[in-house]
Design a protein around this ligand. Sequence first.
Ligand code: GLP
Length: 260
Amino acid sequence: MEVIIKANYEETSKAAAKVVAEVLYAKPNGVLGLATGSTPLGLYKELIRMHKEEGLDFSSVRTFNLDEYVGLPPTHDQSYHYFMYENLFKHINIQMQNVHVPSGTANNYKAFCEWYEKRIVECGGIDIQVLGIGTDGHIAFNEPLSSLGSRTRIKTLAKQTIDDNARFFARREDVPIYAITMGVGTILEARKLILLASGKNKAKALAEAVEGPVTSMNTASALQLHHNAVIFADKDAAANLKMAEYYNWIQKNKPGAPKA
Ligand code: GLP
């Protein structure tokens, strides 16, 4: 695991966007795994800028989102379909038939989840998966105790997550209780994982994920099992990392290292 600590949110977002863009320059029809939440907004803003000013091309890119609330149609302003369209897709030259977001209104969720998994494989697997982290350490909606081998399925949201996300809804009661989410096992199959964390409220969960034991109590800790996982954290989110100085030392000396 690599840990990159930046001074603030903007720098964190820019550094992460650079890594996503590198993947797409190397493979113009690459498969992007995308996340929602407030954290990746800066990364999406930077990708939009790169598209508009530097010609970053999304015309052959395929995307898969991590999750969606059960019961919210794509037109609902708190659905993750809506979020992705408003904050990324409508600003870039992606073809909407190449976009995949789990359905929150499927007739048969079991069949849909199986199809979603199959569709990822058909597209050649995810080249780079963007992740945020919940205050309880979740990635996507893999709440504490989610199996580290889990696949796309329905999850009941933790009370903590409902509280955290209530700020986006008119009333707490409006926050859906269920979500459809890629599993930890699904996520671990991506070729590269980048997890972004910003703000003091993420410091505890991030430290447990990076420096604690691998445990289903903090599903982000599963990134320790991945051979190509990078954490991008701002100073506030990195505040509880005991080995921060060591991570900075590694980054400082990285340019001089022999190519593996
Ligand atoms: C939701 C999403 C996660 C996201 C998390 C953190 O629960 N399912 O993918 O990482 O929120 O959101 P934020 O970035 O707004 O703190």
